[in-house]
Structures are given as C-alpha cells and as structure tokens.
Design a protein around this ligand. Structure first.
Ligand code: NOJ
Length: 540
C-alpha cells in the first residue's frame, strides 16, 4: 500500500506560506510550494485543519466540516491544491477533528437552544452531580473541569479540551452518520486520507463514572490535574473498535486506496497498537521519540517495543516533531553546532526505520523551537499554563524560506507569530546553495529511501542488543540488505556487533560528510566518527 512506503510531511497552514499578505499562511500559498515539496522528495502532505473556525484552538475547533475558512481560501483553492499536488505525485491528507466541534458549529448552536432540540443529544449534556457541582471529576486536557455550565438550559456540557470545543456524543447514531457523510465529502473531492485527531477520546463511559486518581499524584505539583487521573472512563472505550471498523470500511470502498492515521492520546503504545488491529486505523502515531532522551539505547528500545507490540500484521509509524511538541532539534540540542549534527542523525534514523515517517514543516532545515515572550503567546494552552509551560507557539513559527523580509513567509504584513530570530542564517534558500547543508542531507536521505525497497519494506534487524552505544541495524528483504550505522555522540564510538555482518562487498549509499572516510569495519566491529551516519548496501 502506498502509505507504507510514503514519507509524509505535515504542514501547519497558518505558518507555511502567505499568498495574500495578511500575515497568515493559506491554501494558495501551499499550492505555490508544491513543486518545492515534490523536489524535496516527500510523498504525501498532511494539512492541519483549514475548515471554518473561530480559531480558539487554531482550527482544531471546527465550525463547519465541509468548507474552507476564508482565512485559508475557498473550496476552489482547495480543489486547485489537490489537483496540483496530484499532478506532482503528492497525496493530500486532511485533519479530521471529530471528538469535538467548535461551540459555534450549527450543531452545537442548535443543541444548546433548549433541552427538546433535535440536536440536544448530539453533544454530552448532564445534570449537576449529587453535591450540586459538576456531573463527575473529569478534567479538561487544557486545564480545569471538563464540564461547562450552560445557564440557559440548566445543564453541563462536556468539553475534553477548551470550553469552546464541546464533545460530540458518539453514542448517537445520527452523529456517526453525519460524520461519515463528512468523510465521504472529502474523499469525493479527491483527498487521499485522513489524520484523525484524538481518535481514542470519542467515546466516554455511558454512566459518566469518576476517573480514579493516579496514586501519589496529589503531591506532584508540576502535574496538570488531567495527569493526576487514570483515564479509564473518559477515553479508550470499547465502542471505538466498531466505529473505526465502520470508518475503515468506508475508506476501503474508494479507489485508489485511501488511508487514515490516528492520534492516540496517552503514553501507552499498547493501546495505540490496539487501534490498528482488525481493520481499524491503517497507522497510529508513536510519540515515544518525543519524550526520549538522546541516547541510542532509548531509541532502539522504543523501536523494538513498537515492532513487537504491533506484530507482523500492522505497520509502524514514527514522528519526531509536530505542531504540539517542542521541535526535536531543540529538544536534543546541547549546543548550537551539535544541534545540526544531531538533526542529521535523527533524520537518518527516521528515514531508515521500518515504518512510515512523518516530517514536520521546517524540519528539513532544522528549524529551532522559538521562545516567545508572554505577550506574544497565542496558544490557549500556553496562556493557561504560563509560566510553567509556555505552550505550542514555539514549534509553529513561520517557515523560513529565505533571508528576505519575514523570511519570505509574507511581505508587507505582520506575521501572525514573529519569525524565529535566526532566519537570516537559517533558511531554505541558503541551505539550497550549500551542498553540505541539512536540507541537502534530508534530500539525499529521502532519495535513498525512495530508491531502496529494503528501506521501505525490509525487516528491522538490530545488530547490538547489549551495550547499545550507537544504533547499528540491517534492513533486509529476501534479495537486499542495507546496513545503517548511526553515532549519536560527538566522539568516536566503537560498535561491537552481536553477530557478524553478512559477508560480501558493501557499497556506500550515504556517509555524513563526503570528506570523511567510510567507517573502518571488521566483521564484528564498526568504528564510527563523531555524529557519523552511514548507510551501505550489500552488493548482490
Ligand atoms: C490534538 C491536536 O493535535 C491539538 O493541536 C489540539 O489542540 C487538540 N487535539 C484538540 O483538538
């Protein structure tokens, strides 16, 4: 299937390219950049939401699922984007946010009119609890109770995120049918798949039971109250299996084949894997790299665990950065120089693993996370938790296209978020001119992945199980073997392999810096230079 061998690239539309000079990126801006994205060598684009929205959560609060927000353009612009992308062999994946709508969606406006309204039961309404307070102890991910009192109709409604994002009632078959109609609407417009927002949160316990508290969490002050609970009743309910099965059947009806990738909230990758089994999601994101320290042992453990949890019938999917987390170069950096070198090691890892990689815009030039002052913060999550947590704006700064005004993102307009301070030295135009830049490394790695079927389909065989001081592994099919060696550190590392390398002659496909010698190797030992990345192919 195409989505197994594809490399996806996430676009945060507000921050990618502004064609109409209002300081916010838009669809025609993305369309203009399609030739660039095709030349980079990615295969599919995931767009964060572009639907009409009051933008309380920057588009993750949808007021109409079947239109485009004027901020981003029109449906005609969207059709143009899809046509241009397809012309360049790029696929388009839409973000579907179905746990909740905006409070300004017509469905919710009706639902809150009165208790007898036909759409009342499209959302989760409840009477006060016995003590006259909220119906239960559920907390919002964005802070505070998940229940909001509605004065007019004298009941609470549930919102797992902002109060401007009321949760849909997935137990209502009318809701499910309306949502399936939305999916068909976009599939018939030619989109190739969907990224499903917080897909394990749709269903909640029908009896609205209290979540138990995490033992001992009361004393950890840093924790959000959401993190002090075990979410056994407000997410991961058994009904989701059937719903995902129905969605999958709907998708599988279309040709050429479509796909869906799910965002699963929570740390437990076992739960994420469950949503891939028996014809549910095609892919589930694994977010463990986002909390892993920069140690090869950690990465290898995550990969081996994900491989074994998913089993042979399901396909892995990895991500280093996205619009909700600190950019990985900044997470892993401990000095400006090392940051760039680590960016290449991380890219090589992501692009040589068995599984579908998702890149995040700007990652290809190692854009850093930006530190914004309090008055610049836009993210509601950042505003709520400042100064303990400054929010998600830092990874959403405008794309750094060039050294021109506003980095070429917009002209004569104030960008919705200030540019990163380093854009004059770190931008695409400069990196395109420099053959040793990170951008060229990404491009080369993408080209190798595209050319080598063993990198797309081959088995993942780690060559060190003890003393994992670097990551050395094979990607192997019946006919081809690729060897990958990654040194995560700024010093020479000797990798002692648990098994001899398959015999034969090896051809170098990639070696971090051209002037560096290929690593010396004897059958069971590899000596890797500082931050060295090397990829070899066994000659047939
Ligand atoms: C997950 C999205 O990735 C995030 O950006 C958003 O705020 C929440 N879902 C709520 O929709």
């Amino acid at each position: 299937m195409w989505w197994k061998s594809a490399v996806f690239y996430q676009i945060y539309p507000r921050s990618f390219a502004d064609s109409n000079q209002d300081g916010v990126g838009d669809l025609p801006g993305i369309t203009q950049k399609i030739p660039y994205l095709a030349s980079l060598g990615v295969d599919a684009l995931w767009l964060s939401p572009v639907y009409p929205s009051p933008q309380f959560d920057f588009g993750y609060d949808v007021a109409d699922y079947c239109d485009i927000d004027p901020l981003f353009g029109t449906l005609t612009d969207f059709d143009q984007l899809v046509a241009t992308a397809h012309h360049h062999n790029l696929r388009i994946v839409m973000d579907l946010v179905f746990n909740h709508t905006s409070h300004l969606h017509d469905w919710f406006k009706e639902s809150r009119q009165n208790r007898r309204n036909a759409k009342r039961n499209w959302y989760i309404w409840a009477d006060p609890g016995l003590d006259g307070g909220t119906p239960n102890n559920w907390e919002s991910v964005f802070g505070g109770s998940a229940w909001e009192w509605d004065e007019l109709t004298g009941q609470f409604y549930l919102h797992s995120f902002l109060k401007e994002q009321p949760d849909l009632n997935w137990r209502n078959p009318e809701v499910r049918q309306a949502i399936y109609a939305v999916m068909r609407f976009w599939l018939e417009r030619g989109v190739d798949g969907f990224r499903m927002d917080v897909v394990n949160v749709y269903y909640k316990d029908a009896a609205l039971r209290d979540n138990p508290l995490v033992l001992g969490s009361g004393i950890s002050k840093g924790l959000r109250s959401y993190d002090r609970q075990r979410h056994i009743y407000d997410r991961d309910q058994p009904e989701m299996e059937q719903t995902l099965g129905e969605m999958r059947a709907l998708l599988d009806f279309y040709q050429p084949p479509r796909m869906m990738v799910g965002e699963i909230m929570g740390e437990d990758t076992g739960i994420a894997a469950r949503y891939c089994a028996s014809n549910q999601l095609n892919l589930a994101f694994n977010f463990e790299f986002s909390s892993s320290g920069w140690r090869p042992r950690n990465f290898q453990k995550i990969v081996q665990k994900w491989e074994s949890t998913l089993g042979v019938d399901n396909w892995p999917c990895y991500v280093l950065s996205n619009h909700d987390i600190v950019r990985h170069v900044s997470r892993y950096a401990d000095g400006p120089h090392a940051a760039d070198q680590k960016a290449v090691v991380a890219a090589a890892l992501l692009l040589t693993l068995r599984g579908t990689p998702f890149l995040y815009y700007g990652e290809e030039i190692a854009m850093r996370n930006v530190k914004y002052a309090r008055e610049q913060i836009q993210d509601p999550f950042g505003k709520q938790f400042w100064p303990f947590y400054t929010g998600r704006d830092g990874c959403r700064s405008p794309m750094q296209w060039s050294g021109a005004e506003n980095a070429g993102f917009c002209e004569n307009a104030k960008p919705w978020l200030p540019l990163a301070p380093d854009f004059a030295e770190r931008n695409l135009a400069l990196q395109q001119e420099n053959p040793t830049s990170i951008w060229h490394q990404y491009r080369q790695l993408l080209a190798i992945r595209r050319a080598e079927s063993a990198l797309q389909q081959g088995e993942f065989v780690p060559l060190q199980q003890r003393n994992v001081e670097s990551m050395v592994f094979l990607r192997q099919t019946a006919d081809e073997t690729i060897l990958v060696a990654l040194n995560f550190y700024g010093w020479e590392v000797t990798a002692h392999l648990d098994q001899p390398l398959p015999s034969g002659e090896w051809q170098t496909l990639y070696n971090t810096l051209a002037e560096q010698p290929a690593p010396a190797y004897v059958p069971q030992t590899l000596i890797l230079n500082a931050y060295q990345v090397a990829i070899w192919k066994r000659k047939p």
